[in-house]
Design a protein. Structure first.
Lengths: 217, 265
C-alpha cells in the first residue's frame, strides 16, 4: 500500500505541476483579405463662395491601377478666378468594377448627388469619411508661372475627425486664390495613417497620389 | 520556484508514508476514523465561463469597432486554463470545519485570430501582427467552511464554501500595424491587475490512503468581479478595439486532484 500511495502522490503532484506551469505567449499575423476596392477616380469640385455659378470640377482617372495604362488627365485641370474663395470637395470613386453612368462621368456633368446613396461600388468617399480618423488629404503646390502657384493659392482643410483632439481630414476644403494670374501643378495625396495620424502629412502610406493643373485666371 | 515548492511537498508526503506504516493504529470497522484537520495541495483544469470567455469583435460595415456595443464591452477572450493551490482546515466537530485556500489559476487567451482580424479590419491595413503575452491569471486567498461526510472508513464526501480576496491580471495585447510597406507602429493594451471580493464553492470525494495521507477529487466554482482600469499606449488614433475599463464576472469551474496530509486522530 505504501508503494502505491507514494506513486499516487508523485503522479498527482506531477500532473498538477504540468497543468499549472505553462502560460505561453502567442502571436498571429493577419493579412488583408483579397478583393479590396481600388481608388480609380479622384474628383475635385470647387464652388466660388461669392458666385456659385462659378463651379469648377476637375477629374483624375486611372482605370488600370496595375499601371498597364497611363492615367487619364484630360480633365485634370482646375480653373479658378483670382482673388476668390472656393468651397471645395474631394470625391473618391472606384470605377474598376462599374464605370460611372455617362451623364455623370465627365466634369461637365459630374454631380455627386446624382449617385445613388447606396452606390458603394462607385462612391468610396463615404467609406473614407467613415474611416476619417486615419485618413488625411494633403495638397502640395509646385512652382509654375506668374510667381508660382504656391504663393497664389492657399488650401485650408475644413473638416475634422473624431480623434482626441480632433484632427483635420481634408475631404472638405477652402481654396483661396490671389493675384496675379498664374498656374502650376497641385499634388493631392490621400494618406492612410493607421495608428500614426498626428495632423501632419508625413506618417503612413498614400492611398492615392494624383496631380492637377491649376490655372488662376 | 513554484515547481520546487510542489516537488518538496510531494517528497515530504512520500517520506511520511513509509514512516506511518509502522505506526498504524487499530481501527474499529464500524466507526470511521476521522482526522481533526488537514493540509494539502491541489491542482487541475479550469474551465472559464460567462462573458469573459466571449470573443466578440463587433464592427460596422467599414470595420469600425463599436465602442458602445454590449458584446464588445463584455468580451474578455478568456479560454480555459489550469489551477494550483494549497489549502488546509480544522474540523471543530465531526462534519464541519473551517479552513483556508490559496490558489493560482491561469487562463489562456482565446480568439487571437478573431481579435487580430478585427484590428486589421478596423485599421483597413495590409496586415497586423497581434501578440498576447500569457493570459488571465487569478490569485485567490479565501477562507470559509469545510464540510465532510464519511461514506466508509476510506471514502468521504467533502464540500466547501469560501470567500475572500481575489487578485486578477489581464493579458497584455500588442498590435503591430503595417500598411503599404510602411510600419505604422505598435500599440499596446497593457496588463492590468485589479482586486476584488471572490467566492468559491465546491464538492468532492476523498480517499484516505492511511491515517496520515489522503487524496481527493474535487469540483469547484469560483467567481470574482474585479474592476480593471486598463492603460493603452501608443494609441493616437481612435480606431479599433479600445478597452479602458473591464468589469465582468470572472467565473470558472475547476476540476482538481489533491493530496492532503491528515492531522490528528
Amino acid at each position: 500500500m505504501s508503494f502505491i500511495a507514494q506513486i499516487a502522490v508523485i503522479a498527482i503532484t506531477g500532473a498538477m505541476m504540468a497543468v499549472s506551469s505553462c502560460q505561453k505567449s502567442e502571436s498571429v499575423l493577419t493579412p488583408a483579405p483579397p478583393g479590396n476596392e481600388f481608388l480609380t477616380t479622384v474628383v475635385l469640385q470647387c464652388i466660388n463662395t461669392k458666385a456659385p455659378y462659378d463651379t469648377e470640377t476637375c477629374l483624375w482617372r486611372d482605370l488600370t491601377p496595375n499601371g498597364s495604362n497611363a492615367p487619364d488627365t484630360s480633365e485634370a485641370a482646375l480653373n479658378l478666378a483670382r482673388n476668390s474663395t472656393y468651397a471645395c470637395n474631394v470625391y473618391i470613386l472606384d470605377e474598376s468594377q462599374q464605370k460611372l453612368k455617362k451623364n455623370l462621368m465627365d466634369t461637365n456633368h459630374f454631380n455627386i448627388n446624382k449617385l445613388p446613396a447606396n452606390d458603394s461600388t462607385n462612391n468610396v468617399t463615404t467609406e473614407i469619411r467613415a474611416r476619417q480618423n486615419y485618413h488625411l488629404v494633403c495638397f502640395t503646390m509646385t512652382q509654375g508661372t506668374g510667381g508660382g502657384l504656391a504663393a497664389n493659392l492657399s488650401v485650408v482643410r475644413d473638416d475634422y475627425d473624431n480623434n482626441s483632439p480632433p484632427l483635420q481630414v481634408g475631404l472638405i476644403d477652402t481654396f483661396t486664390s490671389l493675384s496675379p494670374v498664374s498656374n502650376g501643378r497641385m499634388e493631392v495625396v490621400l494618406h492612410h495613417q493607421p495608428n500614426v495620424k498626428n495632423g501632419s502629412c508625413e506618417p503612413g502610406s498614400p492611398d492615392f497620389d494624383v496631380f492637377y493643373t491649376v490655372n488662376i485666371k | 520556484m513554484k515547481k520546487i515548492i510542489v516537488l518538496s511537498t510531494a517528497l515530504i508526503f512520500s517520506a511520511g508514508i513509509y514512516a506511518q506504516d509502522a505506526n498504524t493504529t487499530a481501527k474499529n470497522p464500524d466507526v470511521p476514523v476521522m482526522s481533526n484537520g488537514f493540509i494539502g495541495i491541489l491542482g487541475g483544469y479550469s474551465i472559464s465561463t460567462g462573458n469573459w470567455t466571449h470573443t466578440s469583435y463587433v464592427a460596422d460595415q467599414y470595420g469600425a469597432w463599436l465602442p458602445n456595443n454590449s458584446d464588445n464591452l463584455s468580451a474578455g477572450f478568456a479560454g480555459n486554463g489550469s489551477t494550483f493551490g494549497v489549502e488546509g482546515g480544522w474540523y471543530f466537530c465531526q462534519y464541519i470545519g473551517i479552513g483556508g485556500h490559496v490558489s493560482y489559476s491561469n487562463f489562456v487567451f482565446k480568439g487571437l485570430d478573431s481579435i487580430s482580424a478585427g484590428y486589421r479590419g478596423s485599421f483597413d491595413v495590409d496586415q497586423v501582427t497581434t501578440s498576447v503575452s500569457g493570459g488571465y491569471s487569478i490569485w485567490n486567498f479565501m477562507t470559509g467552511l469545510y464540510f465532510r461526510y464519511p461514506l466508509t472508513d476510506k471514502f468521504s464526501v467533502t464540500a466547501k464554501l469560501l470567500g475572500g480576496f481575489t487578485s486578477a491580471t489581464t493579458p497584455e495585447i500588442d498590435v503591430a500595424v503595417e500598411d503599404g510597406g510602411v510600419e505604422d507602429g505598435t500599440f499596446t493594451q497593457q496588463k492590468c491587475t485589479a482586486n476584488s471580493f471572490g467566492y468559491m464553492a465546491g464538492i468532492g470525494i476523498s480517499y484516505k490512503l492511511n491515517n496520515y495521507l489522503g487524496i481527493n477529487l474535487q469540483g469547484t466554482y469560483a467567481s470574482s468581479q474585479p474592476d480593471f482600469k486598463i492603460d493603452n499606449t501608443n494609441r493616437p488614433v481612435n480606431v479599433g478595439r479600445l478597452l479602458t475599463e473591464y468589469n465582468q464576472p470572472l467565473t470558472n469551474y475547476n476540476i482538481c486532484l489533491g493530496v492532503t496530509y491528515l492531522i490528528g486522530k
